[in-house]
Every structure is written in structure tokens, then in C-alpha cells.
Ligand binder design. Structure first.
Ligand SMILES: C[C@@H](N)C(=O)N[C@H](C)C(=O)O
Ligand SMILES: [Zn+2]
Length: 250
């Protein structure tokens, strides 16, 4: 009798595991950009060390861009328009699970963990990154229709780099910033600084023209820029405006 109960229990566990493996991925209502348009370059920063923490972030199991299906389809339109002008989109982050945001919050609470401070937030005290609007505790990314991205010349690729070298994300000389095949946007991605505010006047005329080109292309497809970060766009007509999802990125 005891043996058959154990057997039944094991069978139930096996069945539960099989069911959970059968769940569709990405979940209903979401799409993977690589499946819709493989020409869009992916440089998903939070899966590795090249980010403001200097280490992989919780919830990133693959270098994928998952977005709500309307946001993903709109981005494919943007890619077509960018291609006509000799550029491709390059994506740094898309859907961001709540566990990743919680990881940012834990990281921010550790005042001793400042490995990337000099290169990525040199002029902002770490404890003010949230209050100054550079990172959010409830992020639009977790609603699935927000994307961090740039424009790259067609045919180029992200160069290899040492994320821990003494880069300066605000340097006017591009060679001193993190190497990136992005066109010059005035600062590096995730450079938490006033110079990253989209309309900040102290960047070069070329960098401002490049930011405005990205903005025009994105707005034409229904996205809205966040004024504190030239790279951050949200689909205005987002399908899940009140839901913060927590499935992993893969
Ligand atoms: C962390 C940065 N890439 C970003 O997306 N910031 C905004 C404010 C957010 O966290 O939603
Ligand atoms: Zn963002």
C-alpha cells in the first residue's frame, strides 16, 4: 500500500513536470524578435558582465528579446524604415522580468558594490539612481512593451570588449566609451548621467541628430521615448499596461 502511494506520488510529480514543460514559450501574447526578424541585432546586456552591475542579472537565461506581440511587430516596421536609411536596430533589453528588477533593487542597496561606478554612473550617487529616474522599481520593461535600443550601420557587429577596463560612458571622445557599433548617441547605453537625457544640449550636433533619427523612426511606429534615457522606448498603445510579468527571458 505504502509502495503504491509513493509510486502514485512520483507519477504525479512526473506529470506535473511534463505539464509545466509543455507551457508555450514565449507566453501567450508575447513574441521573440529573433523569430519575427532575425536581421535585428541583439546585444542583450543583462545576461553577461557588460552592464552597470558588472555581472549577470537574475531572470536572464538567454540572449533573447521577448516583447508583447504588438510591440514586437511595431519594431519589425521600425527595422524596415531603418534599413532604408542604411541602419539596423540593435537591441540591448526588451521584456525584463520582475525578478531582474528586484535584483537591481538589491544591488542598489549594497553601497560597497560599486565595481562599475566610474565607468557607468560617475556623477550620480548610487543611492540616487532610482530617485533620479535612471532605474525603476516597477519598470515598463516588465509590462513587455518597452525596449532599450540604438541604431547601427548595416553589416556591423558589436566588438569584443573588456567591460572592466576604465571606460567613461560620458566621454565626448567615442574611443573612451565602451566599444559599441552603435552610431554616436553622445553617451553609452545605460550611462546614468544627465548627458543621456535625450534632449541634453551638451552633446555633439552629430549625436543629437542621431538621437533624433532614432526618435523619429520609433515614433512613426507608435513608440514614445523616455526623456531621461535616449535608448528607452515604450509602445504607447501597450497591451498589458497594468501587469508586471515575471517569466524568465530565454
Ligand atoms: C536600467 C535602464 N536600462 C532602464 O530601463 N531604466 C528605466 C527607468 C527602467 O528601469 O524602466
Ligand atoms: Zn529601458
Amino acid at each position: 500500500m505504502a509502495y503504491s502511494r509513493i509510486t502514485l506520488g512520483i507519477l504525479l510529480l512526473v506529470q506535473m513536470a511534463a505539464c509545466s514543460n509543455d507551457e508555450p514559450y514565449p507566453p501567450e501574447g508575447f513574441s521573440s524578435i529573433a523569430e519575427l526578424d532575425a536581421s535585428i541585432e541583439l546585444d542583450i546586456r543583462y545576461i553577461g558582465n557588460n552592464n552597470f552591475l558588472g555581472r549577470p542579472v537574475a531572470g536572464y537565461e538567454g540572449a533573447a528579446c521577448i516583447l508583447s506581440t504588438p510591440a514586437a511587430s511595431a519594431l519589425v516596421q521600425v527595422q524596415r524604415s531603418a534599413n532604408e536609411q542604411g541602419y539596423s536596430l540593435k537591441i540591448y533589453d526588451c521584456f525584463r522580468p520582475q525578478q531582474a528588477v528586484d535584483n537591481f533593487v538589491r544591488w542598489a542597496a549594497d553601497a560597497d558594490d560599486v565595481v562599475m561606478k566610474a565607468s557607468m554612473y560617475p556623477s550620480v550617487p548610487k543611492e540616487e539612481l532610482f530617485s533620479r529616474g535612471y532605474i525603476a522599481e516597477r519598470s515598463g520593461h516588465s509590462r513587455g512593451s518597452t525596449v532599450d535600443l540604438t541604431l547601427v550601420p548595416l553589416g556591423t557587429h558589436q566588438p569584443q570588449l573588456d567591460p572592466f577596463a576604465p571606460w567613461d560612458c560620458r566621454a565626448s571622445d567615442e574611443a573612451l566609451r565602451f566599444p559599441d557599433n552603435s552610431i554616436d548617441m553622445g553617451t553609452s547605453y545605460d550611462c546614468f548621467d544627465v548627458l543621456s537625457h535625450t534632449a541634453h544640449p551638451a552633446i555633439s550636433a552629430q549625436a543629437m541628430a542621431n538621437r533624433l533619427l532614432l526618435k523619429e523612426l520609433m515614433e512613426a511606429a507608435g513608440f514614445e521615448n523616455y526623456e531621461n534615457e535616449w535608448w528607452h522606448y515604450t509602445l504607447q498603445d501597450e497591451p498589458f499596461p497594468d501587469t508586471f510579468f515575471d517569466f524568465p527571458v530565454r
